[in-house]
Design a protein around this ligand. Structure first.
Ligand code: SAH
Ligand code: SF4
Ligand code: F3S
Length: 484
């Protein structure tokens, strides 16, 4: 289950979500076609659905074929240097395409757009349009501007924008699982992280609009929603940043209450969420999870490092002991909850001993799954200004390999423990490898593949696990009751 991935986005990306955009029909067209490609985290994928919706309203239809597009947009990630390299390579390919199609408009959206701003237009002359994450409503105007012969940029960040009332166009949808953004931005300032610079200040979305979206998804046949935020535990509504209630006549809504309201939409709507922050995750969230069967027993709780000194340099706001206390709380309240994490190898000043602490923490927790990265220095971050990026590449890479090897062992053991159990599984779609098999996920977010029999996509079935690979469970539909 472990993997070293270049992009955190792959977190919940699987057979159901990969690929390029779908054609959306039924909306008055201007005859123009949009090709949209997304990189980075789930929030970026969710944002792309908002962008598609905005451009749909402006008459564009989406296409999976870049060759027939009038407008190509890349929704980009800036989290590590290699994420940006991938986008640059892609932009060079589009520049070639533009030689034969001078009318083609190419734009960069998202975090790389926000980080590099106008300089993206100047560098290598690859793009016509640069739009930051809070300026998507302006895209139709900006496209007009480009068609009028000018380059266009809008990278203004906002303290209010949540795109709350925009109904996302579900791209590449399996019609069963969907993302719902519950907040934007981040106020945490972890020293390694570029997100606060690319996404701006944290703001929460109106809970009514979130619950409404969940209802609409359920009505449309969806059976699982993932609530998204950089730090869902700091979701708050009707409280200002100083903790004061804004409107005494209205209820205060924190993450636990929000999740409960979404869980009450329908018992057949499963709830997931990402990402939890160890410094902010409270027991009331865990109690709400335990209380509602339709909230999946799975928590992604990024640790980053197992050493308290490194965590301090990372400005994470917790120590190793604090983190372990949170793990104990999860285990006490939900003994059968899966836990995954993110780990960074080779952060500034990391000694071999400090690295060993990460390995020993992994031994203590035994994560189901982890995303593991080498530290990549990012411009403007606290770490870049304050600390030296002094762990040599070969040491970073050796440490990362050790982390990956250990995680592979733990992940494989965890998967093996699931053999012989029966799980309630939401049927998400046909397995990529075999047309007569479905795939779905257990409450613990483990992918399971099983013969289709008479089951229908978007329904729940009980599946007995008879075998496994390192990361995937193999099963059969059964009438026996599920254990989880
Ligand atoms: N908001 C989430 C993380 C979002 S970024 C949280 O706080 O947990 C996803 C992951 O990318 C992070 O958890 C971290 O492990 C990794 N990451 C972020 N910046 C990085 C950098 N400069 N170098 C390497 N990995 C990084
Ligand atoms: Fe980045 Fe930290 Fe915010 Fe996560 S919590 S997005 S790691 S600053
Ligand atoms: Fe990347 Fe931006 Fe997400 S930097 S990880 S796309 S918030």
């Amino acid at each position: 289950m472990s993997a070293s991935q270049t992009e955190p986005s792959k977190e919940l990306l699987d057979e159901s979500l990969q690929g390029s955009p779908t054609v959306v029909s039924g909306i008055p067209s201007n005859g123009k076609k949009l090709y949209l490609e997304s990189y980075g985290c789930q929030m970026n994928f969710s944002d792309s659905e908002i962008v598609a919706s905005i451009l749909n309203e402006a008459g564009f239809s989406t296409t999976r074929e870049e060759d027939e597009a009038d407008l190509i947009l890349l929704n980009t990630c800036a989290i590590r240097e290699n994420a940006e390299q991938r986008v640059r390579t892609r932009l060079r390919q589009f520049k070639q395409a533009k030689k034969h199609r001078p009318q083609l408009v190419v734009g960069v959206l998202g975090c790389m757009a926000e980080r590099l701003k106008e300089s993206l237009l100047e560098q290598e002359k690859l793009v016509d349009l640069v739009v930051g994450p809070d300026a998507y409503r302006d895209i139709p105007n900006l496209v007009d501007q480009v068609q009028g012969g000018q380059k266009a940029v809008n990278v203004l960040l906002s303290r209010e924008e949540t795109y709350a009332e925009i109904s996302p166009v579900r791209l590449d949808s399996n019609g069963v699982t969907a993302f719902i953004s519950i907040m934007r931005g981040c106020d945490n300032m972890c020293s390694f992280c570029v997100v606060p610079f690319t996404r701006g200040r944290e703001r929460s979305r109106d809970p009514e609009s979130i619950v409404k979206e969940a209802h609409e998804l359920f009505e449309a046949g969806y059976r699982e929603v993932t609530l998204l935020g950089q730090n869902v535990d700091s979701y708050k509504w009707n409280i200002d940043n100083k903790g004061q209630i804004k409107n005494p006549d209205e209820p205060v809504v924190r993450f636990a209450q929000l999740m409960e309201r979404v869980a009450q939409v329908n018992p057949d709507l499963r709830i997931r969420f990402s990402t939890s922050h160890p410094k902010d995750m409270t027991d009331d969230v865990l109690h709400v999870m335990a209380k509602h069967e339709n909230i999946c027993k799975y928590i992604h709780l990024p640790v980053q490092s197992g050493n308290s000194e490194v965590l301090k340099r990372m400005n994470r706001g917790y120590t190793r002991d604090w983190y372990m206390e949170r793990i104990d709380s999860i285990r006490n309240i939900m003994p059968d909850c899966a836990i995954s994490t993110d780990i960074i190898a080779g952060f500034c000043g990391e000694t071999d001993e400090e690295h060993q602490d990460t390995l020993s923490l992994m031994e203590e927790v035994k994560y189901e799954m982890a995303y593991m990265f080498q530290y990549s220095e990012r411009p403007r971050t606290l770490a870049q200004r304050k600390y030296e990026n002094d762990v040599p590449d070969n040491v970073k890479s050796r440490r990362l390999q050790e982390i990956i090897a250990l995680q592979q062992l733990h992940g494989a053991n965890r998967t093996k423990e699931m053999v012989g159990r029966t799980y309630r599984v939401l049927v998400e779609g046909t397995s990529k490898k075999s047309a007569d098999q479905y795939f779905g996920r257990t409450t613990h977010n483990t992918v399971i593949v099983f013969p289709k029999e008479d089951a229908k996509q978007g329904t729940y079935v009980n599946v007995y696990v008879h075998d496994c690979t390192k990361v995937t469970l193999l099963g059969n539909i059964t009438q026996e009751p599920a254990e989880a």
